[in-house]
Design a protein around this ligand. Structure first.
Ligand code: SAH
Length: 373
């Protein structure tokens, strides 16, 4: 394990000289929040009140609260609720049912989140890192490398902002509840493990200590960092695990998902199986269909054989071509054939809808467009 950590550090460690992200309520456990309150000379229950405003009512403005003395507002804002991000712009499509928000963090770094309302649920897709160190050649985020990890506060803020937008009826159809969270925006969540786990706790803890969203409604998507999957298994949280496989063979996966040279297909699936065994949760296999690269029927066949006795579901994603990429989405008939072959093995498969295409919905594209302006 320590050897793995050293190796990962080379890939993931952030530059040392960065401005520190201000500490936020969402960076602390409920216990630490109470300790901090006490250290500030406040009764511990103030921490619970603040958490209640934040997690139950999505409010981060003490001036609107009536249960806390005005004299404490500045301290609370500074120590518990500093502003971590500001909205640069929002773009919408699908008649407003999909909205992508571009956020600027305190050090000028840009990240994105996408809110999607469906008939039966509302999902936010969030970023766990600014940029990404995984370098997958078809992904917009991967192209610029990793800028830095986001803090738990910064990840949680994207979720709370989405919950607030839902509650305030900002999407057509009136007020609703944020029901699902997917870690499929920028970054590799398991490479920012501690902050992601704190965020998962913030989301799943019942009110007032968290948002009270069930772990089953959360999907953590990973390139397949086996040591991270193993740690997540030990947490015993029943979040849905999604593994970005993209091809069943190591030869191609070494180039599509370069970390495959560290943990190959067999090792990644074994870790996902162990996760499934521990949590009882079926996992997802993410597979971006790229024309003439990974969409051949023999690959579907190989994938079917790999998965037929596993408790996994395949999510096919038509490739969303990144600017300047020579790759594009599969032909419709090849996609249909891919689905047919997987189904012939009894493997559950869905083709992901392509919400948000026209607003650069794919991972990292909006931030990349903003940076190139
Ligand atoms: N780092 C994590 C989560 C981020 S991306 C991971 O790799 O799983 C979420 C999903 O979108 C991943 O499956 C990723 O491979 C996929 N993806 C990235 N760029 C894409 C593109 N241009 N078209 C289709 N899917 C893409």
């Amino acid at each position: 394990m320590s050897e793995d950590n050293n190796e990962l550090k080379l890939v993931f460690e952030e530059p040392k000289q960065r401005k520190k992200v201000p500490k936020h309520l969402a960076d602390y456990s409920p216990e630490e929040r109470r300790t901090l309150a006490t250290e500030l000379g406040l009764p511990a229950f103030r921490a619970n009140q603040i958490a209640n405003h934040y997690f139950t009512h999505f409010s981060n403005d003490p001036t609107t609260w009536t249960d806390i003395p005005v004299a404490l507002h500045d301290t609370i804002r500074e120590k518990f609720l500093p502003q971590l991000m500001s909205l640069v712009r929002s773009v919408t499509c699908d008649n407003g049912m999909t909205r992508k928000d571009l956020w600027k963090l305190h050090d000028g770094v840009l990240v994105e989140s996408v809110l999607m309302r469906y008939s039966d649920r509302t999902t936010v897709c969030i970023s766990s890192q600014a940029g990404c160190g995984m370098n997958c050649p078809f992904c917009a985020t991967g192209q610029a490398g990793l800028t830095r990890n986001l803090s738990a506060g910064e990840i949680t803020e994207q979720i709370v902002a989405a919950a607030r937008a839902c509650a305030e009826g900002e999407l057509p159809g009136g007020p609703t509840r944020l029901s699902n969270i997917v870690f499929m925006g920028m970054g590799e969540p398991l490479a920012n493990y501690t902050a992601v786990i704190r965020t998962l706790k913030n989301v799943t803890e019942p009110n007032p200590e968290g948002l009270g969203i069930s772990a089953r409604s959360i999907t953590v998507s990973t390139v397949g960092l086996v040591n991270g999957i193993e740690k997540l298994t030990e947490e015993g949280m029943s979040v849905t695990l999604a593994v970005s496989l993209h091809t069943p063979d190591d030869e191609l996966r070494d180039s599509l998902v370069p970390i495959n040279s560290r943990w190959n297909v067999k090792e990644v699936l074994a870790a996902a199986d162990a996760y499934e065994k521990r949590t009882g949760r079926r996992y997802s296999i993410e597979y971006a269909l790229i024309r003439d690269i990974n969409d051949q029927s023999w690959r579907a066949d190989l994938l079917g054989r790999l998965l037929k006795n596993r408790n996994a579901h395949v999510n096919l994603i038509p490739l969303n071509p990144t600017p300047g990429s020579k790759w594009t989405a599969s032909r419709r008939e090849d996609e249909a054939e891919f689905v047919r072959i997987l189904e012939s093995y009894g493997v559950p498969v869905t083709v992901r809808d392509t919400r948000g295409r026209e607003i650069d919905g794919a991972c990292g594209q909006l931030a990349a467009a903003e940076l190139s302006k």
